[in-house]
Design a protein around this ligand. Structure first.
Ligand code: HEM
Length: 226
């Protein structure tokens, strides 16, 4: 047992846990985007979906608590690894050569921190209704929470559109490098698999960003309205 936890605390063990927790979070983000795309089917589809999720409080809270634990582990281990790596190289490089590293890989700490800020804002906005309480508790004609109306109302505001578009750009950068490097960390090093997975990260990130951005822009340009 002690050896097991000792291994987790090594940098390789931490990297594997960061990779696995990151994969779980990426799974959530894809699932969440697919659920939100129901906005294109109209208020009934999105509001019934949101009501369906809330009809199972035990499952919902288990999923929420698991998500919080996974996010905490992912952030905690990433910060710990970054501090460990910095201590192992106390003297900074004189010049930084970034020729091989992509923009996404060089900015993981920055995009990760901005993503946390975006998620906190997003939860205060659409889950807690703190940002705009005037619409948060409205019900639709069937008596369901009007999640569709809340989202439409949100993206008729250019400031919120800008915040969410910046959030998507940050998410795309973080996710594209994270997914590619996760698969490498997990030891999928066969040349063909490696090429496949190096492309899969940016592809999945692009699909999530395009899906989420489509929602924001379709509302902003009046293609989806209440
Ligand atoms: C345009 C993009 C997005 C839209 C339209 C959107 C929409 C929503 C809505 C409507 C809710 C509240 C659901 C409810 O109260 O029933 C919600 C909750 C949430 N969203 Fe998003 N979201 C977007 C992007 C994201 C992203 C990029 C992330 C994470 C990186 C995220 C993470 C969450 C989380 C963790 C919750 C809380 C879930 C819960 O209540 O259990 N969302 N989102």
């Amino acid at each position: 047992m002690i050896r097991f936890f000792g291994h987790i605390l090594t940098s390789l063990g931490s990297k594997v846990l960061i990779a696995l927790s990151g994969l779980a979070l990426a799974g959530f983000v894809v699932f969440h985007m697919l659920g939100n795309l129901q906005i294109f089917q109209g208020p009934d589809a999105l509001n019934s979906y949101a009501a369906f999720l809330r009809e199972m409080p035990m499952a919902l809270w288990t999923a929420r608590l698991t998500l919080i634990a996974v996010v905490a582990a992912h952030i905690g281990l990433s910060v710990r690894l970054a501090v460990h790596n910095r201590r192992a190289r106390p003297v900074g490089y004189v010049t930084r050569h970034y020729r091989k590293a992509s923009l996404a890989s060089r900015t993981m700490a920055l995009t990760g921190s901005l993503l946390v800020l975006f998620i906190v804002f997003h939860l205060l906005h659409l889950t807690a209704g703190v940002v705009d309480p005037s619409v948060h508790n409205r019900l639709d004609v069937r008596g369901h929470r009007d999640v569709f109306g809340n989202v439409v109302h949100a993206f008729q505001n250019p400031v919120l559109v800008l915040i969410y578009l910046i959030g998507q750009a940050v998410l795309g950068l973080h996710l594209s490098h994270a997914l590619s490097s996760t698969l490498q960390t997990l030891g999928m090093e066969h040349p063909m698999l490696e090429r496949l997975f190096r492309g899969a990260g940016p592809l999945i990130a692009a699909l999530v960003v395009v899906g989420n951005t489509a929602i924001v822009l379709a509302i902003a340009f009046g293609l989806v309205h209440a």
